[in-house]
Design a protein around this ligand. Sequence first.
Ligand code: IMP
Ligand code: MG
Length: 178
Amino acid sequence: MKNITIRDKEFTPFISYDEIEIRIRELARRVNEDYADREPLFLAILNGSFMFAADLFKYLDISCAISFVKLASYKGTTSTGTVVSLIGLDESLKNRDVIVLEDIVDTGKTLSNLLPSIEEHSPASLRVMTLLNKPDARTHQVQVDYVGFDIPNKFIVGYGLDYDGLARNLRDIYQLVE
Ligand code: IMP
Ligand code: MG
């Protein structure tokens, strides 16, 4: 595989689609086991997680549901700071086994703002799955239950992840050349 250029930046091949697919099958196997007698509701966070969600779903053989949601963040009027709300949530989370699907957890800020607002809907359980995780970038502690790949703190694109809105369509994941 060759290096690619997106806008002004150069990227080098990092994780191939073959490796991604193998790992996603393993994640699906674990969910199939952990939720065998349940009926989880996945909340896939747009835009980045669309490809991951689609591939994961092909390997789930339990009864399950999915809702694609967007995050809107705004400054709260209280001292709690940023409040994150879900746009596009058309199902009740009450007493559901919710699994949040993320493309990548970087600083952890997004999830640390989002998870409390999901808890307010009184789900039966709440877990987080992310395809990619950058442990070294963490500034906000956050619980992540299923991780595809732990990766170094470098910017990546492809497989749903973008740079300036581009490169989501790449089937492999590429890393920024610095
Ligand atoms: P966090 O709030 O810092 O954990 O960041 C979460 C969001 O930032 C992710 O859902 C991505 O949309 C974006 N992001 C973080 N790291 C990268 C990256 O390396 N490439 C593309 N998007 C990223
Ligand atoms: Mg995202």
